[in-house]
Design a protein around this ligand. Sequence first.
Ligand SMILES: [Zn+2]
Length: 314
Amino acid sequence: MKMIFQKIKESIKKVPFSHWSYDTLFLVIIVVIVVSGIYLNTQFVRISKNIDSLSLRVVSLEDSFSSTTKNLEENIAKTHSDLSSALSQEKESLEDKLSDYRKDVKNISGTIDTLEKLSKTDPELLQKYSKVFFLNEYYQPVSLAEIPGEYKYTDLKTLKIHTEVLPYLEEMIDDARKDGLDIYISSAFRSFNEQNALKTNYSVTYGVGTANQFSADQGYSEHQLGTTVDLITTGLNGQLTGFEMTEAYTWLKENAYKYGFVISYPENNQFYIFEPWHWRFVGVKLAKYLHNQDKNFYDLDQRKIDEYLVYLFD
Ligand SMILES: [Zn+2]
């Protein structure tokens, strides 16, 4: 600094002015320099302050920006989560509805199947007939099949049975034979007129009172349905009487329900005498129910029986 002033002094001295003029000029220059210095310093301080203030502002803005960004991120995340949850709930609700809808469709198609099956099943086949309901004179089973000779006690007459019942009957007799028991069919489907003739015949032979105890009037006979058989075994000379004493009867009591057959008129029934030979097909499901409940077909309400119509040939 000193050197600079010295040089300025020397330079001024080279200019041709009077001695005081140099000093004055020198003083003026110094003053100018000092004033400029003060001014510049003031400006520098002011700018520094501005910079500091701006720096603080920038920091504050950065903080604000960072906090705003954070809030936005949180809001976006929350909105995303809310939307996801709403969507997921909506999806679950739709899936539930779809599942309900599928169940409805299944139920409806099940109901349609049941109705179709019922429409094809003759409701007479599970009606109670013994002096309770009257079977129309013109009633004929939808389809009758001839019973093969090996299942008949005698080949003298043709025996027929409801076509759909025949396989159950054959299987039952085959299985009994496997167990060493001879079971034959002595009587099966009987038309209104055949039953009428039979009853008249019985009435002539035994008298009306006795005949009424063991033979149904025409129109009340289960034989007209085509689902009922009278069974017989060897050792009884072709008679039905005494069948309850045979092993064949014991076997039927224990097993016939598995093939859908039940005894219509057991001991102490309120309709006819005990008919151990007379077996009616009511379907495996109903026969099993009766067996498990230790009940007879005629003990049930018709409404209860009708619930099993749809399962008749299952
Ligand atoms: Zn009979």
